[in-house]
Design a protein. Structure first.
Length: 94
């Protein structure tokens, strides 16, 4: 599941260092952050993570390359809507 911290990310990431932090300081080296679009989790439909607890909006006019994932997203959205209704009714009854 993606955390709020990950969703707020701007897309800029710092690559992992191949040398120790001590050597970076000793030789006065620094690592420049670079833009990595695949790590930007704020995208509305990218299913790079398997969190089906969120309801994502789907544009039916677009054609998707993965029909199986598209259909699964529709099923999971329906399931989460049913669960929301069930939770609301449970609160009302209590």
């Amino acid at each position: 599941m993606v955390t709020k911290k990950d969703r707020r990310k701007s897309g800029y990431v710092t690559p992992k260092a191949t040398i120790s932090k001590k050597d970076l300081i000793e030789y006065d080296l620094f690592i420049n952050p670079e833009y990595n679009d695949w790590q930007d989790y704020r995208d509305s439909f990218r299913d790079g993570y398997t969190d089906f607890k969120t309801i994502k909006s789907i544009n039916p006019s677009l054609r998707f390359y993965n029909e199986e994932m598209y259909n699964k997203r529709i099923r999971m959205n329906k399931k989460q809507r049913k669960l929301q209704i069930r939770r609301k009714l449970r609160k009302i009854r209590m």
